[in-house]
Design a protein around this ligand. Structure first.
Ligand code: KIV
Ligand code: ZN
Length: 525
Protein backbone atom coordinates (compact mmCIF):
# COMPACT_ATOMS: atom_id res chain seq x y z
CA UNK A 1 0.00 0.00 0.00
CA UNK A 2 1.19 3.53 -0.82
CA UNK A 3 2.63 5.43 2.12
CA UNK A 4 0.65 8.36 3.47
CA UNK A 5 1.98 11.93 3.26
CA UNK A 6 0.57 14.48 5.71
CA UNK A 7 -0.11 18.04 4.57
CA UNK A 8 0.27 21.00 6.91
CA UNK A 9 -1.33 24.10 5.49
CA UNK A 10 0.20 27.36 6.68
CA UNK A 11 -1.80 29.75 4.50
CA UNK A 12 -3.17 31.40 7.63
CA UNK A 13 0.26 31.86 9.23
CA UNK A 14 3.17 31.97 6.74
CA UNK A 15 0.70 32.90 3.96
CA UNK A 16 -0.67 35.71 6.05
CA UNK A 17 2.91 37.00 6.36
CA UNK A 18 2.77 37.86 2.62
CA UNK A 19 3.40 41.54 2.16
CA UNK A 20 0.06 43.34 2.17
CA UNK A 21 -2.08 40.49 3.51
CA UNK A 22 -3.96 40.93 6.75
CA UNK A 23 -7.03 38.87 7.60
CA UNK A 24 -9.55 39.23 10.37
CA UNK A 25 -10.68 36.24 12.40
CA UNK A 26 -13.85 35.70 10.38
CA UNK A 27 -11.94 35.64 7.13
CA UNK A 28 -9.47 33.19 8.64
CA UNK A 29 -12.29 30.97 9.80
CA UNK A 30 -13.86 30.85 6.31
CA UNK A 31 -10.54 29.76 4.83
CA UNK A 32 -9.95 27.21 7.60
CA UNK A 33 -13.39 25.65 7.06
CA UNK A 34 -12.63 25.31 3.36
CA UNK A 35 -9.18 23.81 4.08
CA UNK A 36 -10.90 21.24 6.27
CA UNK A 37 -13.32 20.45 3.42
CA UNK A 38 -10.34 19.99 1.11
CA UNK A 39 -8.89 17.52 3.59
CA UNK A 40 -5.57 18.97 4.76
CA UNK A 41 -4.25 17.10 7.80
CA UNK A 42 -3.02 20.09 9.80
CA UNK A 43 -4.08 23.74 9.72
CA UNK A 44 -1.48 26.11 11.11
CA UNK A 45 -4.00 28.72 12.15
CA UNK A 46 -1.67 31.53 13.22
CA UNK A 47 0.89 32.85 15.64
CA UNK A 48 -1.17 33.59 18.78
CA UNK A 49 1.35 35.68 20.71
CA UNK A 50 1.84 38.10 17.83
CA UNK A 51 -1.36 40.11 18.15
CA UNK A 52 -4.80 39.98 19.64
CA UNK A 53 -6.18 39.49 16.14
CA UNK A 54 -3.97 36.44 15.56
CA UNK A 55 -4.88 35.00 18.95
CA UNK A 56 -8.59 35.44 18.32
CA UNK A 57 -8.36 33.93 14.82
CA UNK A 58 -6.58 30.83 16.11
CA UNK A 59 -8.98 30.44 19.03
CA UNK A 60 -12.01 30.69 16.79
CA UNK A 61 -10.63 28.13 14.34
CA UNK A 62 -9.71 25.78 17.20
CA UNK A 63 -13.27 26.01 18.45
CA UNK A 64 -15.13 25.70 15.15
CA UNK A 65 -13.08 23.62 12.73
CA UNK A 66 -13.42 19.88 13.22
CA UNK A 67 -11.29 17.21 11.57
CA UNK A 68 -7.76 18.51 10.98
CA UNK A 69 -5.15 19.06 13.68
CA UNK A 70 -5.08 22.77 14.61
CA UNK A 71 -1.60 24.12 15.22
CA UNK A 72 -0.53 27.38 16.82
CA UNK A 73 2.99 28.71 16.23
CA UNK A 74 5.26 29.77 19.10
CA UNK A 75 8.89 30.79 19.40
CA UNK A 76 10.90 28.62 21.77
CA UNK A 77 9.85 30.76 24.73
CA UNK A 78 7.44 30.14 27.59
CA UNK A 79 5.24 33.19 26.92
CA UNK A 80 4.76 32.21 23.28
CA UNK A 81 3.99 28.60 24.16
CA UNK A 82 1.50 29.67 26.86
CA UNK A 83 -0.31 31.92 24.35
CA UNK A 84 -0.35 29.18 21.69
CA UNK A 85 -1.83 26.72 24.17
CA UNK A 86 -4.51 29.15 25.34
CA UNK A 87 -5.55 29.70 21.73
CA UNK A 88 -5.64 26.05 20.59
CA UNK A 89 -6.67 24.17 23.71
CA UNK A 90 -10.33 23.88 22.69
CA UNK A 91 -9.42 22.14 19.41
CA UNK A 92 -10.39 18.53 18.80
CA UNK A 93 -6.73 17.80 17.93
CA UNK A 94 -4.43 20.59 19.14
CA UNK A 95 -0.73 20.93 18.27
CA UNK A 96 1.88 23.38 19.52
CA UNK A 97 4.47 24.22 16.87
CA UNK A 98 7.56 25.74 18.38
CA UNK A 99 10.63 26.91 16.44
CA UNK A 100 14.18 28.10 16.91
CA UNK A 101 16.90 28.87 14.39
CA UNK A 102 19.84 26.47 14.17
CA UNK A 103 22.11 27.95 11.45
CA UNK A 104 25.32 29.67 12.56
CA UNK A 105 24.32 32.79 10.69
CA UNK A 106 21.08 33.08 12.70
CA UNK A 107 22.81 32.13 15.95
CA UNK A 108 25.49 34.76 15.52
CA UNK A 109 23.53 37.72 14.16
CA UNK A 110 19.93 37.20 15.23
CA UNK A 111 19.94 35.19 18.45
CA UNK A 112 23.46 35.98 19.66
CA UNK A 113 23.60 32.60 21.33
CA UNK A 114 26.00 29.66 21.28
CA UNK A 115 25.13 26.30 19.75
CA UNK A 116 24.94 24.78 23.23
CA UNK A 117 22.50 27.46 24.43
CA UNK A 118 20.24 26.92 21.41
CA UNK A 119 20.35 23.16 21.87
CA UNK A 120 19.21 23.57 25.44
CA UNK A 121 16.55 26.15 24.61
CA UNK A 122 15.07 23.90 21.90
CA UNK A 123 14.90 20.94 24.26
CA UNK A 124 13.35 23.03 27.06
CA UNK A 125 10.74 24.51 24.72
CA UNK A 126 9.61 21.08 23.58
CA UNK A 127 9.47 19.78 27.17
CA UNK A 128 7.50 22.86 28.22
CA UNK A 129 5.00 22.48 25.34
CA UNK A 130 4.66 18.78 26.15
CA UNK A 131 3.24 19.65 29.57
CA UNK A 132 0.24 21.04 27.73
CA UNK A 133 -0.26 18.72 24.79
CA UNK A 134 1.08 15.46 23.41
CA UNK A 135 1.37 16.67 19.81
CA UNK A 136 4.38 19.02 19.59
CA UNK A 137 6.16 20.05 16.41
CA UNK A 138 9.65 21.51 16.51
CA UNK A 139 11.08 23.50 13.59
CA UNK A 140 14.79 24.12 13.18
CA UNK A 141 14.55 27.44 11.38
CA UNK A 142 17.07 27.80 8.53
CA UNK A 143 17.77 24.06 8.80
CA UNK A 144 19.02 23.77 5.23
CA UNK A 145 21.88 26.22 5.99
CA UNK A 146 22.70 24.74 9.40
CA UNK A 147 25.81 22.74 10.20
CA UNK A 148 24.74 19.16 9.48
CA UNK A 149 26.25 17.46 12.54
CA UNK A 150 24.89 20.12 14.85
CA UNK A 151 21.43 19.91 13.26
CA UNK A 152 21.41 16.13 13.79
CA UNK A 153 22.18 16.72 17.47
CA UNK A 154 19.28 19.19 17.77
CA UNK A 155 16.87 16.82 16.03
CA UNK A 156 17.85 13.92 18.27
CA UNK A 157 17.50 16.01 21.44
CA UNK A 158 14.06 17.43 20.59
CA UNK A 159 12.75 13.97 19.74
CA UNK A 160 14.04 12.72 23.10
CA UNK A 161 12.25 15.66 24.69
CA UNK A 162 8.98 14.51 23.08
CA UNK A 163 8.66 16.22 19.68
CA UNK A 164 6.22 14.23 17.56
CA UNK A 165 7.05 16.12 14.36
CA UNK A 166 10.43 17.61 13.42
CA UNK A 167 10.27 20.16 10.64
CA UNK A 168 13.34 21.13 8.62
CA UNK A 169 12.61 24.37 6.78
CA UNK A 170 14.47 25.76 3.82
CA UNK A 171 13.65 29.14 5.33
CA UNK A 172 15.30 31.31 2.70
CA UNK A 173 14.59 29.12 -0.34
CA UNK A 174 18.29 28.43 -0.93
CA UNK A 175 18.25 24.67 -1.45
CA UNK A 176 18.09 22.87 -4.81
CA UNK A 177 16.25 19.56 -5.25
CA UNK A 178 19.16 17.04 -5.48
CA UNK A 179 20.87 18.62 -2.50
CA UNK A 180 17.68 18.90 -0.42
CA UNK A 181 16.63 15.30 -1.15
CA UNK A 182 20.08 14.14 -0.15
CA UNK A 183 19.92 16.25 3.04
CA UNK A 184 16.65 14.57 4.08
CA UNK A 185 18.00 11.09 3.30
CA UNK A 186 21.11 11.73 5.43
CA UNK A 187 18.99 13.02 8.34
CA UNK A 188 16.88 9.86 8.17
CA UNK A 189 20.02 7.72 8.21
CA UNK A 190 21.99 9.65 10.80
CA UNK A 191 19.51 10.56 13.57
CA UNK A 192 19.12 7.38 15.64
CA UNK A 193 15.63 8.15 17.04
CA UNK A 194 14.20 9.65 13.81
CA UNK A 195 11.75 6.74 13.50
CA UNK A 196 9.98 8.06 16.67
CA UNK A 197 8.88 11.30 14.95
CA UNK A 198 7.49 12.47 11.64
CA UNK A 199 10.05 14.26 9.51
CA UNK A 200 8.53 17.35 7.89
CA UNK A 201 9.74 19.91 5.35
CA UNK A 202 8.79 23.54 4.80
CA UNK A 203 10.23 25.08 1.64
CA UNK A 204 10.27 28.71 0.55
CA UNK A 205 10.21 29.69 -3.08
CA UNK A 206 12.96 32.30 -3.47
CA UNK A 207 14.48 30.37 -6.41
CA UNK A 208 11.14 28.99 -7.61
CA UNK A 209 12.07 25.52 -6.28
CA UNK A 210 9.83 25.12 -3.24
CA UNK A 211 7.59 22.43 -4.75
CA UNK A 212 10.52 20.63 -6.41
CA UNK A 213 12.41 20.59 -3.11
CA UNK A 214 9.35 19.28 -1.23
CA UNK A 215 8.97 16.47 -3.78
CA UNK A 216 12.65 15.57 -3.48
CA UNK A 217 12.21 15.46 0.30
CA UNK A 218 9.23 13.12 0.02
CA UNK A 219 11.21 10.82 -2.28
CA UNK A 220 13.84 10.60 0.47
CA UNK A 221 11.71 9.99 3.54
CA UNK A 222 9.85 13.19 4.56
CA UNK A 223 6.32 12.37 5.71
CA UNK A 224 4.85 15.81 6.27
CA UNK A 225 4.94 18.65 3.76
CA UNK A 226 4.11 22.22 4.69
CA UNK A 227 2.87 24.77 2.18
CA UNK A 228 0.23 27.30 1.33
CA UNK A 229 -2.63 27.65 -1.11
CA UNK A 230 -1.55 29.53 -4.25
CA UNK A 231 2.00 29.48 -2.79
CA UNK A 232 1.47 32.75 -0.90
CA UNK A 233 3.89 33.58 1.91
CA UNK A 234 6.92 35.57 3.01
CA UNK A 235 8.89 37.12 0.11
CA UNK A 236 8.49 34.79 -2.92
CA UNK A 237 6.14 32.59 -0.91
CA UNK A 238 5.96 28.96 0.21
CA UNK A 239 5.56 25.66 -1.60
CA UNK A 240 2.22 25.79 -3.39
CA UNK A 241 0.12 22.99 -1.94
CA UNK A 242 -2.07 22.58 -5.03
CA UNK A 243 1.02 22.10 -7.22
CA UNK A 244 2.53 19.62 -4.78
CA UNK A 245 -0.76 17.69 -4.52
CA UNK A 246 -1.31 17.51 -8.26
CA UNK A 247 2.27 16.41 -8.95
CA UNK A 248 1.97 13.63 -6.43
CA UNK A 249 -1.31 12.58 -8.06
CA UNK A 250 -0.38 13.00 -11.71
CA UNK A 251 3.01 11.27 -11.32
CA UNK A 252 1.82 8.71 -8.77
CA UNK A 253 3.70 5.89 -10.46
CA UNK A 254 6.92 7.70 -9.51
CA UNK A 255 6.07 8.85 -6.00
CA UNK A 256 3.65 6.14 -4.84
CA UNK A 257 2.30 8.23 -1.97
CA UNK A 258 -1.21 8.81 -0.72
CA UNK A 259 -2.95 11.98 0.45
CA UNK A 260 -6.21 12.58 2.23
CA UNK A 261 -7.29 15.26 -0.23
CA UNK A 262 -10.67 15.86 -1.85
CA UNK A 263 -9.25 16.99 -5.19
CA UNK A 264 -12.53 18.59 -6.30
CA UNK A 265 -12.13 21.22 -3.60
CA UNK A 266 -8.76 22.46 -4.87
CA UNK A 267 -9.97 25.07 -7.30
CA UNK A 268 -12.58 26.46 -4.93
CA UNK A 269 -10.00 26.73 -2.13
CA UNK A 270 -7.61 28.57 -4.40
CA UNK A 271 -10.30 31.04 -5.49
CA UNK A 272 -11.41 31.62 -1.93
CA UNK A 273 -7.87 32.31 -0.70
CA UNK A 274 -7.29 34.68 -3.58
CA UNK A 275 -10.47 36.65 -3.06
CA UNK A 276 -10.22 36.86 0.75
CA UNK A 277 -6.53 37.80 0.80
CA UNK A 278 -6.84 40.07 -2.24
CA UNK A 279 -3.81 38.33 -3.81
CA UNK A 280 -4.56 37.71 -7.46
CA UNK A 281 -3.51 34.44 -9.10
CA UNK A 282 -1.22 34.91 -12.09
CA UNK A 283 -3.04 33.65 -15.22
CA UNK A 284 -0.31 31.13 -16.09
CA UNK A 285 -0.04 29.77 -12.52
CA UNK A 286 0.24 25.95 -12.59
CA UNK A 287 -2.95 24.04 -11.72
CA UNK A 288 -5.21 26.96 -10.71
CA UNK A 289 -4.28 29.82 -13.07
CA UNK A 290 -6.95 31.06 -15.49
CA UNK A 291 -4.93 29.71 -18.42
CA UNK A 292 -3.89 26.42 -16.85
CA UNK A 293 -6.50 24.52 -18.91
CA UNK A 294 -6.94 26.99 -21.78
CA UNK A 295 -5.80 25.98 -25.25
CA UNK A 296 -5.11 28.89 -27.56
CA UNK A 297 -3.21 27.63 -30.57
CA UNK A 298 -5.12 25.94 -33.39
CA UNK A 299 -2.92 22.85 -33.28
CA UNK A 300 -3.52 22.38 -29.56
CA UNK A 301 -7.26 23.01 -29.87
CA UNK A 302 -7.49 20.48 -32.66
CA UNK A 303 -5.51 17.94 -30.62
CA UNK A 304 -7.63 18.40 -27.48
CA UNK A 305 -10.86 18.10 -29.46
CA UNK A 306 -9.66 14.83 -30.94
CA UNK A 307 -8.27 13.44 -27.70
CA UNK A 308 -8.02 15.49 -24.50
CA UNK A 309 -4.84 13.82 -23.26
CA UNK A 310 -2.87 15.08 -26.27
CA UNK A 311 -2.30 18.37 -24.43
CA UNK A 312 -3.88 17.90 -20.99
CA UNK A 313 -2.11 15.96 -18.25
CA UNK A 314 -4.77 16.64 -15.59
CA UNK A 315 -8.49 16.85 -15.92
CA UNK A 316 -10.03 20.20 -14.99
CA UNK A 317 -12.99 18.38 -13.44
CA UNK A 318 -10.68 16.61 -11.00
CA UNK A 319 -9.67 19.86 -9.31
CA UNK A 320 -13.28 21.08 -9.35
CA UNK A 321 -12.94 23.68 -12.09
CA UNK A 322 -16.46 24.97 -12.78
CA UNK A 323 -17.53 24.65 -16.39
CA UNK A 324 -18.74 28.26 -16.63
CA UNK A 325 -21.82 27.19 -18.54
CA UNK A 326 -24.72 29.62 -18.93
CA UNK A 327 -27.54 27.82 -17.28
CA UNK A 328 -29.24 30.48 -15.18
CA UNK A 329 -30.98 33.64 -16.31
CA UNK A 330 -33.70 36.01 -15.24
CA UNK A 331 -36.41 33.36 -15.61
CA UNK A 332 -34.67 30.92 -13.31
CA UNK A 333 -36.42 30.26 -10.03
CA UNK A 334 -35.26 29.75 -6.49
CA UNK A 335 -35.18 25.98 -6.83
CA UNK A 336 -32.87 26.04 -9.88
CA UNK A 337 -30.71 28.63 -8.14
CA UNK A 338 -30.41 26.44 -5.05
CA UNK A 339 -29.55 23.39 -7.17
CA UNK A 340 -26.85 25.42 -8.90
CA UNK A 341 -25.40 26.44 -5.54
CA UNK A 342 -25.22 22.83 -4.46
CA UNK A 343 -23.47 21.91 -7.71
CA UNK A 344 -20.92 24.65 -7.02
CA UNK A 345 -20.40 23.27 -3.51
CA UNK A 346 -22.07 25.97 -1.41
CA UNK A 347 -24.42 25.13 1.43
CA UNK A 348 -26.22 28.30 2.50
CA UNK A 349 -28.59 28.70 5.39
CA UNK A 350 -32.10 30.02 4.71
CA UNK A 351 -31.22 33.63 5.36
CA UNK A 352 -28.06 33.56 3.24
CA UNK A 353 -29.97 31.84 0.46
CA UNK A 354 -32.70 34.51 0.49
CA UNK A 355 -30.15 37.30 0.22
CA UNK A 356 -28.11 35.53 -2.45
CA UNK A 357 -31.25 34.77 -4.50
CA UNK A 358 -32.36 38.40 -4.36
CA UNK A 359 -28.93 39.50 -5.56
CA UNK A 360 -29.00 36.89 -8.31
CA UNK A 361 -32.35 38.27 -9.51
CA UNK A 362 -30.99 41.83 -9.48
CA UNK A 363 -27.97 40.70 -11.45
CA UNK A 364 -30.03 38.71 -13.96
CA UNK A 365 -32.03 41.89 -14.65
CA UNK A 366 -28.84 43.73 -15.59
CA UNK A 367 -26.84 40.96 -17.18
CA UNK A 368 -27.97 38.71 -20.02
CA UNK A 369 -25.87 35.72 -19.08
CA UNK A 370 -25.26 34.73 -15.48
CA UNK A 371 -22.33 32.30 -15.32
CA UNK A 372 -21.04 30.02 -12.58
CA UNK A 373 -18.29 32.56 -11.90
CA UNK A 374 -20.87 35.33 -11.39
CA UNK A 375 -22.80 33.17 -8.96
CA UNK A 376 -19.68 32.14 -7.06
CA UNK A 377 -18.68 35.78 -6.68
CA UNK A 378 -22.02 37.00 -5.37
CA UNK A 379 -22.50 34.04 -3.06
CA UNK A 380 -19.07 34.56 -1.52
CA UNK A 381 -20.16 38.10 -0.81
CA UNK A 382 -23.20 36.84 1.05
CA UNK A 383 -21.44 34.20 3.11
CA UNK A 384 -18.73 36.44 4.42
CA UNK A 385 -20.99 38.95 6.02
CA UNK A 386 -19.77 41.07 8.84
CA UNK A 387 -22.25 43.27 10.71
CA UNK A 388 -23.23 45.96 8.17
CA UNK A 389 -23.08 49.08 10.27
CA UNK A 390 -23.32 51.21 7.15
CA UNK A 391 -25.30 50.07 4.12
CA UNK A 392 -25.29 51.78 0.74
CA UNK A 393 -28.70 53.21 -0.07
CA UNK A 394 -27.79 55.19 -3.18
CA UNK A 395 -24.89 56.74 -5.02
CA UNK A 396 -24.91 59.64 -7.53
CA UNK A 397 -21.92 61.14 -9.17
CA UNK A 398 -21.09 63.75 -11.76
CA UNK A 399 -17.83 64.09 -13.59
CA UNK A 400 -16.19 64.66 -16.96
CA UNK A 401 -13.18 66.54 -18.33
CA UNK A 402 -14.46 70.00 -17.40
CA UNK A 403 -16.18 69.53 -14.04
CA UNK A 404 -14.89 68.67 -10.59
CA UNK A 405 -15.95 65.08 -9.83
CA UNK A 406 -18.64 65.19 -7.15
CA UNK A 407 -20.49 62.36 -5.43
CA UNK A 408 -23.58 62.21 -3.23
CA UNK A 409 -23.92 59.12 -1.08
CA UNK A 410 -26.75 57.89 1.12
CA UNK A 411 -25.86 55.34 3.80
CA UNK A 412 -28.29 53.67 6.18
CA UNK A 413 -26.93 53.15 9.68
CA UNK A 414 -28.04 53.33 13.29
CA UNK A 415 -29.16 56.95 12.72
CA UNK A 416 -31.28 55.99 9.70
CA UNK A 417 -30.48 57.42 6.28
CA UNK A 418 -27.59 59.91 6.31
CA UNK A 419 -26.60 61.77 3.14
CA UNK A 420 -23.42 63.64 2.28
CA UNK A 421 -21.79 65.12 -0.80
CA UNK A 422 -18.08 65.63 -1.48
CA UNK A 423 -15.60 66.30 -4.28
CA UNK A 424 -12.46 64.39 -5.20
CA UNK A 425 -9.92 63.73 -7.92
CA UNK A 426 -12.27 61.18 -9.43
CA UNK A 427 -15.76 59.79 -8.72
CA UNK A 428 -14.43 57.02 -6.46
CA UNK A 429 -12.42 59.39 -4.33
CA UNK A 430 -15.34 61.83 -4.16
CA UNK A 431 -17.64 59.02 -2.96
CA UNK A 432 -15.08 57.81 -0.39
CA UNK A 433 -14.77 61.35 0.96
CA UNK A 434 -18.55 61.58 1.33
CA UNK A 435 -18.59 58.19 3.09
CA UNK A 436 -15.85 59.34 5.50
CA UNK A 437 -18.01 62.32 6.49
CA UNK A 438 -20.95 60.04 7.27
CA UNK A 439 -19.09 57.32 9.14
CA UNK A 440 -16.60 59.50 11.02
CA UNK A 441 -14.01 56.79 10.31
CA UNK A 442 -11.71 58.34 7.72
CA UNK A 443 -9.93 55.69 5.70
CA UNK A 444 -7.14 55.96 3.20
CA UNK A 445 -6.99 53.73 0.17
CA UNK A 446 -3.74 51.74 0.32
CA UNK A 447 -4.43 49.35 -2.56
CA UNK A 448 -7.06 49.04 -5.27
CA UNK A 449 -7.61 46.08 -7.60
CA UNK A 450 -10.29 45.54 -10.21
CA UNK A 451 -11.02 42.14 -11.77
CA UNK A 452 -13.67 41.27 -14.34
CA UNK A 453 -15.53 38.24 -13.00
CA UNK A 454 -16.50 37.14 -16.52
CA UNK A 455 -15.99 38.50 -20.02
CA UNK A 456 -18.37 40.67 -22.08
CA UNK A 457 -19.46 44.31 -21.93
CA UNK A 458 -21.92 43.55 -19.13
CA UNK A 459 -19.30 41.73 -17.02
CA UNK A 460 -19.43 42.12 -13.26
CA UNK A 461 -16.47 43.96 -11.82
CA UNK A 462 -15.03 42.75 -8.54
CA UNK A 463 -13.11 45.43 -6.68
CA UNK A 464 -10.77 44.58 -3.80
CA UNK A 465 -9.45 47.49 -1.75
CA UNK A 466 -7.11 47.71 1.17
CA UNK A 467 -8.02 50.59 3.45
CA UNK A 468 -6.04 51.94 6.39
CA UNK A 469 -8.10 53.27 9.29
CA UNK A 470 -5.64 54.49 11.88
CA UNK A 471 -3.19 51.60 12.36
CA UNK A 472 -5.73 49.05 11.25
CA UNK A 473 -5.57 47.72 7.68
CA UNK A 474 -8.64 46.01 6.30
CA UNK A 475 -9.61 44.46 2.98
CA UNK A 476 -12.96 45.21 1.38
CA UNK A 477 -14.68 43.58 -1.58
CA UNK A 478 -17.42 44.95 -3.79
CA UNK A 479 -19.24 43.50 -6.75
CA UNK A 480 -21.34 45.22 -9.39
CA UNK A 481 -21.79 45.56 -13.13
CA UNK A 482 -20.90 49.22 -12.51
CA UNK A 483 -17.23 49.67 -11.66
CA UNK A 484 -17.73 52.83 -9.57
CA UNK A 485 -20.49 51.20 -7.58
CA UNK A 486 -18.28 48.10 -7.05
CA UNK A 487 -15.48 50.40 -5.80
CA UNK A 488 -17.77 52.23 -3.39
CA UNK A 489 -19.21 48.95 -2.08
CA UNK A 490 -15.67 47.64 -1.52
CA UNK A 491 -14.79 50.78 0.43
CA UNK A 492 -17.94 50.53 2.58
CA UNK A 493 -17.22 46.83 3.18
CA UNK A 494 -13.74 47.74 4.43
CA UNK A 495 -15.09 50.51 6.69
CA UNK A 496 -17.69 48.10 8.12
CA UNK A 497 -14.89 45.63 8.91
CA UNK A 498 -12.84 48.37 10.55
CA UNK A 499 -15.87 49.49 12.61
CA UNK A 500 -16.42 45.88 13.65
CA UNK A 501 -12.76 45.34 14.63
CA UNK A 502 -12.65 48.60 16.57
CA UNK A 503 -15.78 47.94 18.56
CA UNK A 504 -14.95 44.30 19.26
CA UNK A 505 -14.01 43.64 22.89
CA UNK A 506 -10.56 42.08 23.19
CA UNK A 507 -9.59 39.10 25.36
CA UNK A 508 -9.24 41.21 28.49
CA UNK A 509 -12.32 43.33 28.02
CA UNK A 510 -10.97 46.49 26.35
CA UNK A 511 -11.35 47.51 22.74
CA UNK A 512 -8.82 47.31 19.95
CA UNK A 513 -6.46 50.26 20.16
CA UNK A 514 -6.55 51.99 16.80
CA UNK A 515 -3.24 53.70 17.25
CA UNK A 516 -1.80 51.33 19.79
CA UNK A 517 0.67 48.51 19.60
CA UNK A 518 -1.63 45.61 18.98
CA UNK A 519 0.81 44.08 16.53
CA UNK A 520 3.79 42.42 18.13
CA UNK A 521 5.31 41.22 14.82
CA UNK A 522 8.16 43.71 14.93
CA UNK A 523 9.36 42.11 18.16
CA UNK A 524 9.98 38.77 16.47
CA UNK A 525 13.37 37.27 17.13
O1 KIV B 1 10.31 29.43 7.12
C1 KIV B 1 10.42 29.05 8.29
O2 KIV B 1 11.50 28.67 8.75
C2 KIV B 1 9.24 29.09 9.12
C3 KIV B 1 9.30 28.40 10.45
C4 KIV B 1 8.75 29.30 11.52
C5 KIV B 1 8.58 27.11 10.41
O3 KIV B 1 8.21 29.59 8.71
ZN1 ZN C 1 8.25 29.78 6.49
Amino acid sequence: MAERIYLLDTTLRDGEQSPGVSLNSHEKLEIALQLARMGVDVIEAGFPVISRGDFEGVRMIAEKVKGPVIAGLARAAKGDIDAAWRAIKVAENPRIHTFLATSDIHLKYKLQKSREQVLQQAEEAVRYAKQYVSDVEFSAEDASRSDFDYLCQVVERVIDAGATVVNLPDTVGYAVPEEFGDFIRRIMERVPNMHRAILSVHCHNDLGLAVANSLAAVKNGAKQVEGTINGIGERAGNASLEEFIMTLYTRRSIYQKELNIDYREIYRTSRMVSSITGMAIQPNKAVVGKNAFAHESGIHQDGVLKERTTYEIMSPELIGLPKSNLVLGKHSGRHAFNEKLKELGFSLNEEELNRAFQRFKDLADKKKEVTDHDIEALVKDEIWVIPERFKLQYLHFTGGSTVVPTATVGLVGARGLVEEAACGDGPVEAACNAIDRITGLPGSLVEYKLNAVTGGKDAQGEVVVKVAVGNLKVLGRGLSTDVIEASVKAYINAINKAAYEISKPDQVGGVVDLNGNDDNRKNLG
